[in-house]
Design a protein around this ligand. Structure first.
Ligand SMILES: C[S@@+](CC[C@H](N)C(=O)[O-])C[C@H]1O[C@@H](n2cnc3c(N)ncnc32)[C@H](O)[C@@H]1O
Length: 237
């Protein structure tokens, strides 16, 4: 029996309130619990995005802005980061100032299911460890498609279930037994029970691709890495 709700407005409300509250510890916990692999995974997202100088990128569920900063390490692009949780956006803005990226970034509070941008605005739309947390996947995907330019690409970075049985056993043990205990010690306990449960309830890889196609993307494919712990889904507009 699941402890949390994994779809709809109740999920949306819980997720927003939870991220508002854990925002000040988010970066620390992220780097610690992923053994620093989160940097590598976002670097992969940048690689798969195949962006060119001058591209306009929207990073939905931007959190504290790390995807935007990973892009700016490699490319001369303009990035808007949007997140539902006001406190996460505040930290992203603070980091942009600190890293000297304020001229290339704009961080705004907003809902990924109702984007405050005109049609055909962006060359790339990224969402890293955020799509799983969205209340209504189909509504969000339609919005992502709407704001992408023709020929633009959607890139979703998300946790997946490792395909190797042995590795999956280790991963499940860490995710279900170690991570929630560390989370409870160092941050808000329910947030680190929600995380593994939300990954378990996230649709399988093929289903995510079908959702993208059903929302109007011409083609959808995925790439696995780190033994299938993470996947990048690419939707072509
Ligand atoms: C796990 S964090 C990921 C942050 C960042 N992208 C990263 O890679 O570290 C998930 C984020 O999704 C945001 N989020 C969840 N639902 C959202 C929605 N409907 N619209 C915008 N942001 C949302 C949360 O507020 C949270 O900051």
């Amino acid at each position: 029996m699941p402890e949390f709700t994994h779809t709809g407005n109740k999920k949306k409300q819980y997720v927003q309130e939870m991220f508002e509250e854990v925002s000040h510890k988010y970066d620390f916990m992220n780097h610690l619990l992923s053994f620093g692999l989160d940097y590598y995974w976002r670097k992969k997202l940048v690689q798969y995005s195949e962006v060119n100088s001058g591209h306009k990128i929207l990073d939905v569920a931007t959190g504290t802005g790390d995807v935007a900063f990973a892009f700016l390490k490699k490319h001369d692009v303009e990035i808007i980061g949007l997140d539902y949780a006001f406190n996460m956006v505040k930290i992203a803005k603070f980091k942009a100032e600190k890293f000297g990226h304020s001229d290339k970034t704009l961080f705004v509070q907003g809902d990924g299911e109702l984007l405050p941008f005109p049609n055909d605005s962006f060359d790339r739309l990224t969402i890293s460890f955020g799509f799983r947390n969205i209340g209504h996947y189909d509504t969000a995907l339609k919005e992502f498609k709407r704001v992408l330019k023709p020929g633009g690409q959607l890139l979703i970075l998300e946790f997946s279930e490792p395909k190797s049985k042995i590795f999956n056993g280790l991963y499940q043990f860490y995710f279900k037994h170690i991570l929630p205990r560390l989370g409870a010690l160092l941050s808000r306990a329910d947030a680190y029970r929600y995380l593994p449960e939300s990954v378990e309830h996230f649709p399988p890889r093929d289903e995510v691709c079908h959702l993208m196609i059903d929302s109007g993307f011409e083609k959808a494919e995925y790439y696995d890495f780190t033994f299938g712990v993470c996947s990048i889904f690419v939707g072509y507009n």
